[in-house]
Write a protein that binds this ligand. Structure first.
Ligand code: FAD
Ligand code: FES
Length: 259
């Protein structure tokens, strides 16, 4: 298990991708060795100092890591008060983070494997760093990204730098029209799927993988409070009993879940 840190980060850049999504690049102000230990799929818990209604920290996936410059990138959807308050901060402001949290995706796969990284909506966030790490291991990850419309497809150019990108949109404005779980690439040979997105999408992918014998990991976004295994509000029933998503997840192999 990697060491957990509570650190202040300075906002180096805060980029409004659309009115709903913000990309934030944060630089650690303290000497922290944890950057090289970060696993793709891990997350941070952000203290929200500038909202009177948000008492608990908010969990956000690590979208990218720059070890040399000690920066973390986060992709944030403005869902409610907490995330809106975080996104309203500007360059030079400070955020307090507990990091890195959770288990992360496993990357122990053979070089010949055909791997699909599948994301829906803001669920694409942890797949960028995962793709980079898989590339570093000599693999050729492909992305399958789904969204309601082309405006909701985030960071496309960054994904294209790492691997082939397949797209589905509900309204057909880009890529194949329809649900991402029905994209034609899913009827070709695949060894492993990593998936993060809305629950119905992940359950659909899990069913498809089970019936086609495809190895599959999903990243759950159960509502969290403490983020460190103390409050038990994030538990997920699994074949091994109830498990805390914040400490024993957020990533689970689908065979562990009671889906
Ligand atoms: C491990 C993990 C990683 C996550 N990574 C990201 C990320 O990279 N980018 C991102 O934008 N969001 C991410 N989320 C979701 C994010 O944490 C929630 O959107 C956020 O906590 C909502 O807080 P709020 O104060 O803005 O909204 P609230 O006012 O608390 O809630 C607004 C709406 O969001 C819903 N909501 C609250 N908490 C969650 C949750 N945990 N998951 C889904 N919906 C929720 C509420 O039911 C409500 O409908 C992640 C969640 C988890 C558990
Ligand atoms: S959020 Fe408290 S135990 Fe997981």
């Amino acid at each position: 298990m990697s060491q957990k840190n509570i650190s202040n980060f300075i906002i180096k850049e805060s980029i409004s991708l659309t009115d709903k999504y913000q990309l934030m690049i944060l630089e650690c102000t303290e000497e922290a060795k944890a950057f090289q230990d970060i696993k793709p799929g891990q997350f941070v818990q952000i203290r929200v100092d500038n909202s009177h209604h948000t008492f608990l920290r908010r969990p956000i996936s690590i979208n990218d890591v720059d070890i040399e410059n000690r920066t973390l990138t986060l992709l944030i959807r403005k869902a409610g008060d907490g995330t809106k308050a975080i996104c309203s901060l500007s360059q030079g402001d400070t955020l307090n983070l507990i990091w890195p949290l959770g288990n992360g995706f496993s990357v122990d796969i053979t070089p010949a494997s055909r791997i699909i990284l599948m994301g829906g909506g803001v669920g694409v966030a942890p797949l960028l760093y995962l793709g980079k790490i898989l590339r570093m291991y000599g693999l050729k990850p492909e992305f399958l990204l789904g969204a309601q419309s082309s405006d909701d497809l985030l960071l496309l150019e960054k994904f294209k730098e790492i691997g082939t990108v397949h797209i589905s949109t509900d309204d057909g404005s880009l890529g194949e029209k329809g649900l991402v779980t029905r994209h034609s690439v899913l009827s070709t040979h695949i060894d492993k799927i990593y998936c993060c997105g809305p629950l119905p999408m992940m359950k659909g992918v899990a069913a498809l993988c089970k019936s086609n014998n495809i190895d599959c990991e999903v990243s759950l976004e159960n509502v969290m409070a403490c983020g460190v295994g103390a409050c038990l509000c994030c538990v997920e029933p699994t074949v091994k009993g109830n498990r805390c998503v914040c400490t024993e997840g957020p990533v689970f192999n689908i065979n562990e879940l009671l889906w």
